[in-house]
Every structure is written in structure tokens, then in C-alpha cells.
Design a protein around this ligand. Structure first.
Ligand code: ISE
Length: 341
């Protein structure tokens, strides 16, 4: 083994492949040692050109190789619970893509398993926390320069959805990011979620009502409204307008070069989250690797994964009822208090 982290990446789909490329080409201090995918061709394709990396069809085989000391879980969310319960006993750093698990009960099980293991091993892939503009907004909230934060107006737009993207996934797979980042920015828990279904786009596949309007409330009464619109056609946008007592802050709109050409002006809209949050993913994975090499673990925790899963559960109930649904959490274990490892 080298001094580098030897990472097993579980799942070589869109996100897994992106993390494999990132770990191999841009991240310092880590190497892709193993790629696990039930589709052996996909696993083999993912390790092509990565010296020393091996392809496996099960995580157990990769772990048995004795050649790995960290794991990235990038399978679909419904497979995370089993993958986490298999990885936790290895006592190695785990970066698990969001959501931690798709529902509060299974997420709480993971929290309990980690608490029983005695130390934090899981970082959840909420990459927005590593985005430069979110960090700037967070700084303004923290330093109080503009007074108290009162409201957040969030737009979360995707060009289209992959096959199998259900109505619940607008909440579980997409708005889960707003749940996390709102908790992170405000430092407060979310207390209720309401969902309104308005006029639906004819571009939404069967079974999806798109867009939806989600109203979120935090413990001090900050209100955040989210337009989740996942078949918006034009490209990818995640932007926020924050209303403070003494000012308004906008992030996430129209970055990049401003071009005037051929009688038009403007810039490019990113096609997906891969491009929009590319730098944030790099910063997230580098921070995870750096902490792991120091024998530490930071970033969004299993508790954050659980708290957002509880918000998602309330959100899915609110989708059905149209009512304001309370978010009720278990007591936070001491392991997740500030500074605990
Ligand atoms: C996807 O899984 C993500 O994590 C993206 O950030 C989000 O914009 C998209 O809606 C999800 O499906």
C-alpha cells in the first residue's frame, strides 16, 4: 500500500464514474483501488487507464482484497443502507452520496450503527456546502453584516429527468439538497414542510407533477420557498435569493463568461449538476481525503443525512396532503455535537 488513500468506489453510474475520474485525475492523496458494479462491463470500463485499479461485482470481494482503506458509495439511494451497514464494520472513512438513505427510519438505523461503532466514519455527499457562492452567503449570515436572515427564495431547475424518476424523487432526490443547505446555512433544524402543486408542465413524464412549490420553515421562523422544476428544458439552475434585514443577496445566477457575438449577448447555462457543481465536488472529495489522511472525518454527517431524510419524509407526505407537515427528529446523539469525532 502507498501512503495515499486506496479508495473503493461502489457504483460506476453517472455519479460514480464522475468521482472515479475526479479521484484519478484531480484529487491529491488518493487513488482508485477498486470499482464495484453489478454490471461487470461498466466496472471494467470505469477502471480503464487507472493503473492498479481492479474491477469487482460485489463490495465484499473488494473489501476482501485487503487493498482498500476508504470507500465512496455512489449507488442509487435505495441501496445505501445495505452498503453502509457492510462498510461500517471496516472502520474506514466512507463518503456516501446523498441521500444517506431514502427514509428517516433507515437513516436513523445508520446513525445508531455509527454511534454503536463509537466514532464518525460517514460523510454524506451534500456538495453544495463546498460551493464558493453558498460559502459566501453562509459567511454573510454568520457575520451579521446585513442583519438577520429572514427568507430564502430558492430555484432548483433541471433540464430533464432520467427514466424512473418518480414524483417522490422531486423531494427525496432533489429538494433533499435544499433541506441540507438550509439547515447548514441557518444552523437550525427544519420544523415543517408544505408542498403546493400548481399548474403542471406538459413536458413532465407520466407520474410526475412538475414543477412543485415547497415551503420550508426553520426553528427560528426563517421561511424558505423552493421552486423544484426538474423538466425545465433550458438547462441546470440552482440559485437563491436571500432576504436579510438590511439587504438582499443573490447567488447561483448566470456565472461564467459574458459573451457578445453574432448580434446577441449572454453566457452559457450549465447542462447539469456535474458542470454546475464540478468545483464543489472536487473541494468536497479533497476535503474528505485530507481529513482521512489526518485520521479525521468532517463535512455533512450521518446525523445530517438522517435529519434531511426526516424532512424528505415530511415533504412526501405534504406532496400528498397539501398540508403543512411537522418534521420530528430523535434526540441528537453526542457524537454529532460540534468538534466530536
Ligand atoms: C441529482 O441526483 C442531484 O443530486 C442534483 O444535484 C439535483 O439537481 C437533481 O435534481 C438530482 O436528481
Amino acid at each position: 500500500m502507498t501512503d495515499n488513500l486506496r479508495v473503493a468506489v461502489i457504483g460506476a453510474g453517472m455519479m460514480g464514474a464522475d468521482h472515479i475520474k475526479r479521484l484519478h485525475t484531480r484529487i491529491h492523496g488518493a487513488e482508485v483501488a477498486a470499482v464495484v458494479d453489478i454490471d461487470v462491463d461498466r466496472a471494467n470500463a470505469a477502471i480503464a487507464g487507472i493503473p492498479g485499479a481492479k474491477a469487482y461485482t460485489s463490495a465484499a470481494e473488494a473489501y476482501a482484497s485487503g487493498d482498500i482503506n476508504a470507500v465512496v458509495i455512489a449507488t442509487p439511494g435505495f441501496l445505501h443502507e445495505a452498503a453502509l451497514l457492510e462498510a461500517l464494520p471496516l472502520d474506514i472513512p466512507i463518503l456516501c452520496e446523498k441521500p444517506l438513505t431514502p427514509d428517516a427510519e433507515s437513516a436513523w438505523k445508520i446513525v445508531q450503527a455509527e454511534v454503536a461503532a463509537g466514532r464518525k466514519r460517514i460523510q454524506v455527499g451534500f456538495m453544495r456546502r463546498y460551493d464558493a457562492e453558498y460559502a459566501e452567503l453562509g459567511g454573510l449570515i454568520l457575520n451579521g453584516e446585513l442583519g438577520e436572515l429572514l427568507m430564502l427564495h430558492c430555484r432548483h431547475r433541471n433540464a430533464s429527468t432520467p427514466a424512473g424518476f418518480t414524483n417522490e424523487m422531486l423531494i427525496n432526490d432533489s429538494v433533499v439538497h435544499e433541506f441540507d443547505v438550509i439547515r447548514y446555512l441557518t444552523g437550525e433544524e427544519i420544523t415543517s414542510v408544505q408542498v403546493r402543486l400548481g399548474k403542471a408542465s406538459s413536458k413532465a413524464p407520466n407520474g410526475q407533477h412538475d414543477p412543485q412549490h415547497v415551503l420550508i420553515e426553520t426553528s427560528s421562523g426563517v421561511l424558505a420557498d423552493v421552486e423544484i422544476f426538474v423538466n425545465a428544458q433550458f438547462g441546470y439552475e440552482v440559485s437563491t435569493e436571500a432576504a436579510f434585514e438590511e439587504g438582499i443577496v443573490n447567488i447561483g445566477r448566470d456565472g461564467g463568461a459574458y459573451v457578445r457575438s453574432a448580434g446577441r449577448w449572454g453566457g452559457a447555462v450549465p447542462p447539469s449538476f456535474i458542470e454546475r457543481f464540478g468545483a464543489a465536488y472536487d473541494a468536497e472529495v479533497q476535503a474528505w481525503v485530507d481529513a482521512a489522511l489526518r485520521g479525521e472525518l468532517g463535512g455533512p454527517s450521518a446525523w445530517d443525512g438522517y435529519a434531511t431524510a426526516a424532512c424528505c419524509e415530511a415533504g412526501v407526505e405534504a406532496q400528498k396532503s397539501g398540508e403543512k407537515v411537522a418534521v420530528v427528529l430523535h434526540e441528537k446523539p453526542a457524537l454529532y455535537n460540534e468538534g466530536a469525532q
